[in-house]
Design a protein around this ligand. Structure first.
Ligand code: HEM
Ligand SMILES: CC(C)=CCC/C(C)=C/CC/C(C)=C/COP(=O)(O)OP(=O)(O)O
Length: 317
């Protein structure tokens, strides 16, 4: 149990409070990776996508992601109130009552899954429902407060969107879809731990067992490097299956080299240690920001590759 936060002072909610309950910036990247799954599925299998159905499917992913965010904020309002980074969120700041966030999350979840089922098929709808459950219940209510592997296992939730997008087009989830899942799965630990190196004091205060809190900054920097070593070649496997062509290969190769460079530099630094320098903190922050750019551009390359019809698989690579 964490320290009981002070009762928030009530203030009126604005539209932007309801938007921020949905973690909108994360939602944008989630929708983008789902769109990449959708476009790649159409490109690889030659299945035409109906623009309206595709738009509704992506709206469903957006609503599902927002619903999961609202459920997360409902459950986490006690620890959000303790950490400076999250203390101004709509619930701890007293703008939105907890029950309202939960109701919003549950209604949006139902609408999202229903819309996905109407726009595509039961498999995509079931995967979306499972992702909401995974993030809202398995990660938020169980793993986050119980194990330092919380974001490794919990990261699976954020890895589903391209699989959902793929399933929405073809009604199945072949190896290529799971490769995209794996890319996000192995990307999540370096993405989050880069930030948590800087915020471990906050997590400690809130009683959340993030890796830098339980095992220290050095172990975290090593884990970040190891996950990046798996991620970079893994992100090139689409070249072997025909999912990615030269645009994708060049993009994933170059960005992977930069990401690996960050992981090595952070590993060799003292970022997150009590006596680390401002430059080392800046390095960890840069790696966190670059992680977002990396995922965005790698999936953008996949979209460009398939959408532009510039698809040249590298045979026998
Ligand atoms: C368990 C998995 C993950 C954890 C623990 C995590 C954690 C975080 C945290 C703590 C932030 C900083 C937010 C802030 O500064 O207030 C952040 C930012 C961000 N994350 Fe993640 N993340 C995870 C997975 C993902 C996934 C799957 C995506 C999208 C595919 C994503 C996209 C982003 C984006 C776009 C930002 C920057 C926008 C913002 O600061 O709100 N994250 N993440
Ligand atoms: C399609 C679908 C339903 C996707 C949902 C998956 C999703 C939104 C994944 C993002 C994971 C994420 C933002 C974790 C933040 O961790 P945190 O909640 O511990 O971060 P915080 O401390 O900022 O609240």
């Amino acid at each position: 149990m964490t320290d009981a936060p002070a009762t928030p002072i009530k203030r009126y909610a604005t539209a932007s409070d309801y938007v921020s309950l949905m973690k909108p910036r994360i939602m944008m990247l989630v929708v983008f990776t789902a769109a990449a799954g959708l476009v790649a599925a159409a490109g690889v299998t030659g299945t035409p996508i109906h623009p309206l159905m595709a738009a509704i499917a992506l709206l469903a992913v957006a609503l599902g992601s927002g619903a999961a965010g609202a459920i997360n904020m409902w459950f986490d309002s006690d620890i959000d109130a303790i950490m400076t980074r999250t203390s101004t969120r709509p619930i701890p700041s007293g703008a939105v009552p907890r029950e309202e966030a939960l109701t919003m999350g549950l209604i949006m979840s139902g609408v999202a899954v229903m819309l996905m089922w109407l726009a595509s098929n039961w498999l995509a709808a079931a995967l979306l429902a499972f992702s909401i459950f995974y993030y809202g219940v398995i990660y938020t209510m169980w793993l986050k407060r119980s194990t330092p592997q919380n974001i490794v296992i919990g990261g699976g939730a954020g890895a589903f969107p391209p699989v959902i997008g793929w399933a929405a087009v073809t009604g199945n989830t072949p190896l290529d879809a799971w490769i995209l899942f794996a890319v996000i799965f192995f990307w999540t630990p370096p993405h989050f731990w880069a930030l948590s190196l800087l915020a471990h004091g906050e997590y400690e205060k809130a009683g959340v067992p993030m890796l830098p809190v339980t095992h220290g900054a050095k172990a975290t920097r090593l884990q970040m490097l190891l996950y990046t070593i798996v991620l970079v070649p893994l992100a090139l496997t689409p070249l072997l299956t025909g999912l990615g062509g030269w645009i994708y290969g060049v993009t994933a190769g170059l960005l992977g080299a930069v990401f690996f460079g960050y992981a090595v530099r952070v590993f060799m630094s003292r970022a997150g240690d009590a006596d680390c320098t401002a430059a080392e903190k800046k390095l960890a922050r840069s790696m966190f920001l670059f992680s977002i750019l990396y995922l965005f551009l790698v999936f953008a390359a996949l979209i460009v590759e398939h959408a532009a019809g510039l698809y040249f698989p590298v045979k026998g690579f």
